[in-house]
Design a protein around this ligand. Sequence first.
Ligand SMILES: *[C@@H]1O[C@H](CO)[C@@H](O)[C@H](O)[C@H]1NC(C)=O
Ligand SMILES: *[C@@H]1O[C@H](CO)[C@@H](O)[C@H](O)[C@H]1NC(C)=O
Ligand SMILES: *[C@@H]1O[C@H](CO)[C@@H](O)[C@H](O)[C@H]1NC(C)=O
Ligand SMILES: *[C@@H]1O[C@H](CO)[C@@H](O)[C@H](O)[C@H]1NC(C)=O
Ligand SMILES: *[C@@H]1O[C@H](CO)[C@@H](O)[C@H](O)[C@H]1NC(C)=O
Ligand SMILES: *[C@@H]1O[C@H](CO)[C@@H](O)[C@H](O)[C@H]1NC(C)=O
Ligand SMILES: *[C@@H]1O[C@H](CO)[C@@H](O)[C@H](O)[C@H]1NC(C)=O
Ligand SMILES: *[C@@H]1O[C@H](CO)[C@@H](O)[C@H](O)[C@H]1NC(C)=O
Ligand SMILES: *[C@@H]1O[C@H](CO)[C@@H](O)[C@H](O)[C@H]1NC(C)=O
Ligand SMILES: *[C@@H]1O[C@H](CO)[C@@H](O)[C@H](O)[C@H]1NC(C)=O
Ligand SMILES: *[C@@H]1O[C@H](CO)[C@@H](O)[C@H](O)[C@H]1NC(C)=O
Ligand SMILES: *[C@@H]1O[C@H](CO)[C@@H](O)[C@H](O)[C@H]1NC(C)=O
Length: 842
Amino acid sequence: MSLCLTIFFAIIFFYCRPSYVSSQPYDYPTTNLSTSWINSVSANHSINFSDNSTVRAILLRGTFGPRYACGFYCNGNCETYLFAIFIVQTNSGGGIVMPSSGFPQVVWSANRENPVGINATLELTSEGDLVLRDADGTLAWSTNTSGMSVVGLNLTEMGNLVLFDAKNSTVWQSFDHPTDALVPGQILVSGQNLTASVSPTNWTQGGLFSLSMISNGLVASIQADPPQAYYVNLYNNVKQNQESSYARFQNGSIQLYINSTEPSDPDISISIPQATSAQYIKLGHDGHLRVLEWRTPWTEVVDIFTGHLGECNYPMVCGKYGICSNGQCSCPRSSSGAINFRQINDRQPDLGCSEAIHLTCNASGNHSFLNLEDVTYFNFKVDIRGTNLNSCQEACLKNCSCKAAIFQYGSNSSDGNCYMPSQIFSIMNNEKDKTHYNSSVSIKVQIASSVTSPSVETSPGSTTEGNNRFLGLVLGSTLGIFCVAVVIGLTYFTYWKKKKSVTVEEDYLDHVPGMPTRFSYEELVTATDNFSKKLGEGGFGTVFEGSLKDNTKIAVKCLDGMGHIKKSFLAEVESIGSIHHVNLVRLIGFSAEKSHRLLVYEYMSNGSLDRWIHNKTQVSALDWNCRRKIILDIAKGLSYLHEDCRQKIIHLDIKPQNILLDENYNAKLADFGLAKLIDRDQSQVVTVMRGTPGYLAPEWLSAVITEKVDVYSFGVVILEILCGRKIFEQSMLEEDRHLLSIFKRKAMEGQLLDLVDKCCEDMQSNGTRVVEMMQIAAWCLQSYYVNRPSMSMVVKVIEGVKHVAKDLDYNFTNPQYCMNNIQLVDSKDVTPLLPSVLSGPR
Ligand SMILES: *[C@@H]1O[C@H](CO)[C@@H](O)[C@H](O)[C@H]1NC(C)=O
Ligand SMILES: *[C@@H]1O[C@H](CO)[C@@H](O)[C@H](O)[C@H]1NC(C)=O
Ligand SMILES: *[C@@H]1O[C@H](CO)[C@@H](O)[C@H](O)[C@H]1NC(C)=O
Ligand SMILES: *[C@@H]1O[C@H](CO)[C@@H](O)[C@H](O)[C@H]1NC(C)=O
Ligand SMILES: *[C@@H]1O[C@H](CO)[C@@H](O)[C@H](O)[C@H]1NC(C)=O
Ligand SMILES: *[C@@H]1O[C@H](CO)[C@@H](O)[C@H](O)[C@H]1NC(C)=O
Ligand SMILES: *[C@@H]1O[C@H](CO)[C@@H](O)[C@H](O)[C@H]1NC(C)=O
Ligand SMILES: *[C@@H]1O[C@H](CO)[C@@H](O)[C@H](O)[C@H]1NC(C)=O
Ligand SMILES: *[C@@H]1O[C@H](CO)[C@@H](O)[C@H](O)[C@H]1NC(C)=O
Ligand SMILES: *[C@@H]1O[C@H](CO)[C@@H](O)[C@H](O)[C@H]1NC(C)=O
Ligand SMILES: *[C@@H]1O[C@H](CO)[C@@H](O)[C@H](O)[C@H]1NC(C)=O
Ligand SMILES: *[C@@H]1O[C@H](CO)[C@@H](O)[C@H](O)[C@H]1NC(C)=O
C-alpha cells in the first residue's frame, strides 16, 4: 500500500517537477494586516511562462486544478506589472504549475492605468488599507480602506478579493470594481461595466469598448460622444428606474434580473455552453465578448455577441471608415473615382481608412457627401424622423459635429429616419437586412479648401437632383487640386477625365495584376491584317476579326477615338480579365498605348444571337433543344455575374446583340463595358440610365437599380428566342408591334401557343414546353423588381429543380410608356441622363 502511494506521489512529483515552484505544502488564500510583498525576481511563487508572462503569486486558493491566485503579473517585455487576479494551474501542494499551454488568465486587475515596475510593493497596512506603490514610493493604487476596521484579506473560492472586518463582513471587494472580465458567480449590477483593454499587452482601459449593465438590460458600446451601442439586450415593459437590476454569470448562462430578483426566473437569460471546467468571460480589445474555458489549453467556447450580430457588426471590425462585407474590409470609394479615403495600411485593411483631406469644422461650406448605398451602420439612433435623404444630408451639413448622414427607410424613401453620428466607425454591407429596410450612409467629406467655388457652397435640397450634385461635389474635391476652377459642370468634368486618362491610366495598367496578355498595338495591327475584317459594331467600338501567331482566332474590339475612355476600359479590363466562366466571352488580352485602346476576345464563330433570332431564315435552324440550351447558358452566365463573382456585376445591357454563339451554339455573354461593377459591400446607385430601349426594366424610370434589371432584360430575350422575333417590330400592325403587348394579350386569352415561333416545326411540336419557358419569361418580366426571380433561381427552374412562382402578374408595365419616355430624352440606344463616370465610349 505505502509502496503504491510512494509511486503515486513519485509520478505526481515527476509530472509536476519542471514547474514545481512552491515549497509550501498548502494554499495561502488569506493574510493579516501589516503584511507586504515586493515584486522582486527572488519573490516566492514567482514563475515565468512560455508565453513570456510572469506571475508572482501573493494569495492562492485551492489545490490541484485551475485555481484563482492574485499577485503581480506581467507579459511581453515585463517592464510593467499589474496587481491582478489570475487563473493558474496548481498541483496538490498549492504550487503553480506550468502546463505547456495553461498560461495565466487575468480576470481582474487593480492598476491597469498605472502599471508598476520591478521592486514595487503591495502592502496591507496596519490601518487596513491595501496599497500598491512603485519602487520609488509613488502611489499606484489603493483601496482607501484605512480606518474601516479591516482585519484581513481573503481571496475567495469564486476569485473575489475581499477585505473583511472582524465580523467577517466585506469592507471592500474586487467584484465591485470589474475590469474586462467576469468569473462564474460574479454579478454586474446596474451602473457597472466592463471596459476592454487597448490590446492584449497594453492594459490601459483606453480600450474603446465597454459592456454596461443598465437599468433594463445589457448594452455593449464603443466609446464616442455619445457612446454608440453595437449590442443591446433589453427587457421591455419594465417599471421605471430599475436601479437594482443586475446580471449574473453562472454555469450555462448570463442571467439578467431586471424586474425580478432571485430566486425567481431571470427576465433575460443568455445561454452559454455549460462549464466542464474553469470558465470566464472577457470583453476583448476588439469588442467581442468571449467565453473561455480550460480545456487544455484555454479555448474560446462561444463568442456571445457574434451569435446575435454577425462578424461585420463590430464597430472597429474594419477600423474607422472601413466597410465590412463578409468579413472583408475596404475603404469607401465614390462612384466618381475620386479618392476620399485611403487605407491606413495596405497590408492590414482592417486598420481602417483615413480621410484624404481632414474634415474641419470651420469651413463647413467645403463639405460634401460620399454616398454609399445599401450599407448600414451598427448603431442607429433616430435624430430626425419621417424625412428624406436630402433633408437628412442637409441637416448633417449644418451640424458641424455630424460626420455622416445615415438614412434608413422601409418602403417609402421620403418617410425614413436620419441619424447623424459624431464619429464614424466601421460601416457594413446591408445585404442581410435589405429585406427589412433600405439604408444608405452619406459620409461627410472635405473639399480642398484652397479653391472655393460658388457651386460648392450649396444648400442641399434646393434642387431636385441633390444626389447628383453631391456626387459632383465629391468629384470636385479631388478635381480642385488640378483644376483651378472647381467644377460641377460636365465640360470640365469631361476635360479632366480626358486629361487624366492618358497619363494615369497607362501607368496604372502596367501594374494590373493577374491580367490577360498585354499586346502592343503593332501586334494587333498584324493580327487583324490592319483591321481589315470587320465583324461588327458594338456599343463600345468596332470589332475586327484576327488571328494570333499560333493561329488562334480572335475578335479585337477597338475603342479608339473615343473621348473619355478611361473608366469603361479599365472596367472591362479589370472585370473581364479576372472572370472566367464557360458562358462568358473570355478576354484574352488588351492593348493600351497612347490613344489606342483595344480588347482581345476569344472568337465566337456563330456570331451574335440577334443574327439568328432576327433573321427568319436563320432562326429556323435553331431547334427547341438548342434554344433551351441557349437560354440556360445565358442564365448561367448571368447567375455567375450576379451571385458568384468576387464582385457582383450587373451587366445592364442584356440583349441578343450581346450574346454570342460559338461553333457548337454555346451561348456566351459579351460586352461588360456597360457593366457597373458593384462591390458587394458598397453597391452604388447607377446614376445614368443604361441599356437599350425595349430591354430596359421599368424601374429605370424611378427606383433603385439592382441586378434585377438584367433579369428583366433576360426575360425579354427569352421571349424573343421563343417567338423568333424582335421585341419591337416597326413593320408590324400597331397592335402587334410590341412583343410584350401580345404576350400579355395571349396570356390573358390563354393562347400562348400562338406565340411559339412558327418558322420551326420542332418548336411547334414542343409547344407545351415552350409555353412553360414563357412562364419563366413572365416571371422575369414582373414590373416590381422584387417579384422577379434571381438568376440562380431561373437556372434551377429551367433545370426542373424548382417551379415558377404562382400568381404571376401579366400586366407588364406599359411598354409604350416606357418607349415614349426614353424617346423623349434621347432617340439613340443609350440614354445618359446625367453626367457620370460610367459614360462609356459612344
Ligand atoms: C492571522 O492572524 C490570526 C490571529 O491573529 C492567526 O491565527 C492567523 O494564523 C494569521 N494568518 C496568517 C495568514 O498569518
Ligand atoms: C518566502 O516564503 C518564506 C516562507 O513563508 C519566507 O520566510 C520568505 O521570507 C519568503 N521570501 C520572500 C522573498 O518573500
Ligand atoms: C524569469 O524571467 C526573468 C526576466 O523576465 C528572469 O530575470 C528570471 O530569471 C526568470 N526566472 C526563471 C525562474 O526563469
Ligand atoms: C517571448 O520572448 C522571446 C524573446 O523576446 C521572443 O522571441 C518570443 O517570440 C516571445 N514569445 C511570445 C509567445 O511572445
Ligand atoms: C530591486 O531591488 C533589489 C534589492 O534592493 C536591487 O538589487 C535591484 O537593483 C532593484 N531593481 C530595480 C529594477 O530597481
Ligand atoms: C483612493 O483615493 C484616491 C484619492 O482620494 C483616489 O484617487 C483613488 O481613485 C481612490 N481609489 C479607489 C480604488 O477608490
Ligand atoms: C474567505 O472566503 C471563503 C470563501 O471562498 C470563506 O469560506 C471564508 O470564510 C473567508 N475567510 C474569511 C476569513 O473571511
Ligand atoms: C470568520 O471566518 C473564519 C474562517 O471561515 C472563521 O473561522 C471565523 O469564525 C469567522 N468569524 C466570524 C466572526 O464569523
Ligand atoms: C464604465 O464605468 C466607469 C467607472 O464606473 C465609468 O467611468 C464609465 O463612464 C463607464 N462607461 C460606460 C460606457 O458606461
Ligand atoms: C497603450 O494605449 C494607450 C492608449 O491607446 C497609449 O496611449 C499608450 O501609449 C499605449 N502604451 C503602450 C505601452 O503601447
Ligand atoms: C414586474 O414586477 C411586478 C411585481 O414584481 C409585476 O407585477 C409585473 O408584472 C412585472 N412586469 C413585467 C413586465 O414582468
Ligand atoms: C455546470 O453544469 C453542468 C450541468 O449541471 C455540470 O455537469 C458541470 O459540472 C457544471 N460545471 C461546473 C464548473 O460547475
